[in-house]
Design a protein around this ligand. Structure first.
Ligand SMILES: O=C(O)C(=O)C[C@]1(C(=O)O)C=C[C@@H](O)C=C1
Length: 358
């Protein structure tokens, strides 16, 4: 038997399985439409991150293989994204233009059946979401090599929006230009954070080429496509969008470089069984104050997963502390710990409780 003869029955089996998958997908979609009608009657939110997190955890738990659990979750995220879009297409603001890591974060969280709204700055992402032009916003919170994104932390302090999720994505930067070479290139453009994340590599390889910080890597890629004297450092997705050639891939100094993003919106997700709560607080400037502030967490058995201080450039306090704890504010032990924290802190705000995602 030749290869084609051997493949024919296997492909027939795949065709028949595909027909069943298609039928099941549309059965699922019709149920989601019914869910959409129920929600429309009560004006209930379409996007329910706690439910989506539970669905994704369940498929990973049930997955017998050989498909990897992350692969199955990627597929189900897109299935839910398409089902959700049948209820209503969610609009998500992010730091644009298209092709940025923020856009990748949007798709990783919401799947591809969303309407992305690229914004010129982090401030504008907050404004568009606060104004209701977008249902949600996606903003960078911290980078593993460069630390906190201070503008986001400041805006989180002032906003009326809540955090309804966080996610982290690997950040791989590439040096790209129109020709795919550095011939004739006199300037390298990227966001200031990106230039900082690649500075050792740039110092070693292109110490004499001028570096210029601009507001986004996507914009750097767009400009490189228009100007032969400009190279950009950006994601390869941005490079593909603007038809750039790769001079060198993975030019970031830390190969494990990641950025964590927050989803902001008016939604306050319910408990999913595995959640985080983000809060911000301030304490008076005296000895032992930070220690005393955090004591209620241990007393109530609440684990802290993140602690970040930020000099207060706004408001009355010297420092604000950004704290993430395990659990949902609706859970008894968490709510008791938060009440006690509030007693000790002259400034206290829960930024949101949301499901843990991969
Ligand atoms: O369960 C719901 O509330 C749905 O709308 C269904 C569904 C899904 O496709 O499973 C879609 C959107 C929500 O974000 C959560 C889940």
């Amino acid at each position: 038997m030749n290869t084609d003869d051997k493949l024919k029955p296997l492909r027939e089996r795949i065709d028949s399985i595909d027909a069943q998958i298609l039928d099941l997908l549309n059965q699922r979609a019709r149920v989601a439409q019914e869910v959409g009608h129920v929600k429309a009657e009560t004006n209930a939110p379409v996007f329910r991150p706690e439910r989506e997190a539970q669905v994704l955890r369940k498929v990973a738990d049930r997955n017998p293989g050989p498909l990897a659990s992350v692969a199955v979750q990627t597929i189900f995220r897109e299935i839910m994204s398409c089902c959700r879009a049948l209820e209503r297409r969610v609009i998500v603001a992010y730091l644009g233009p298209a092709g940025t890591f923020s856009e990748q974060a949007v798709y990783k969280q919401f799947g591809h059946a969303v309407e992305g709204l690229p914004c010129a700055s982090i401030d504008e992402v907050f404004r568009a979401t606060e104004a209701g032009t977008a249902d949600f916003g996606v903003v960078p919170v911290e980078n593993s090599s460069e630390g906190a994104i201070n503008r986001t932390l400041d805006l989180l302090l002032q906003t009326t929006l809540s955090i309804s999720g966080t996610l982290s994505i690997p950040i791989h930067h590439s040096l790209m230009s129109k020709s795919g070479t550095m011939n004739g290139v006199t300037r390298i453009l990227a966001h200031s954070q990106t230039l900082a994340q690649c500075q050792v590599w740039l110092n070693q390889n292109y110490p004499n080429v001028e570096r210029q910080a601009i507001f986004s890597n996507g914009e750097a890629a767009r400009l490189a496509a228009e100007d032969q004297t400009v190279a950009a450092i950006a994601s390869e997705i941005a490079g593909e969008r603007y038809n750039l050639g790769v001079v060198k891939a993975h030019v970031q100094d830390d190969p494990h470089n990641r950025t964590r993003f927050a989803i902001i919106g008016r939604l306050q997700p319910g408990p999913s069984g595995k959640d985080l709560t983000s809060l911000v607080l301030a304490v008076p400037n005296k000895a032992g104050a930070v220690y005393n502030m955090l004591a209620p967490l241990a007393q109530h058995g609440v684990s802290m997963t993140r602690f970040e201080s930020r000099p207060a450039r706004i408001g009355t306090w010297e420092y604000y502390f950004y704290v993430d704890v395990e659990g949902h504010s609706a859970e008894d032990h968490v709510s008791k710990a938060l009440d006690a924290l509030k007693q000790n802190a002259p400034f206290f705000r829960v930024l949101g409780s949301y499901p843990v995602t991969l």
